[in-house]
Design a protein around this ligand. Structure first.
Ligand code: ZN
Ligand code: ZN
Length: 83
């Protein structure tokens, strides 16, 4: 299945762009491609910011809240984390 991702507060949908910056090392990447883990330093980001300049609301939500249909999607997230 395809996992839908949108901001739980405003519904903004990230488009696979590297909008996020790692809190630990400053690396920029698409946080949803790795389920919140920095691909460079492996820092786990529990919260994800909604990107205001890209059309979002600038609020911070728990990373898992961004996934819609999470029950079906959990397996897919675990697969992502293994890679
Ligand atoms: Zn990092
Ligand atoms: Zn938002």
């Amino acid at each position: 299945m395809e996992l839908k991702v949108c901001c739980p507060q405003c519904g903004w949908k990230p488009g696979g762009e590297p909008y996020w910056t790692c809190q630990s090392c400053g690396y920029e990447w698409d946080v949803f491609s790795t389920a919140g883990r920095c691909p460079r330093c492996n820092f786990e980001h529990q919260d994800t910011e909604c990107i205001e300049w890209a059309g979002g609301c600038d609020e911070v939500s728990p990373h898992l809240d961004w996934y819609q249909g999470l029950d079906e999607g959990l397996e897919e997230i675990n697969i992502l984390k293994d890679n």
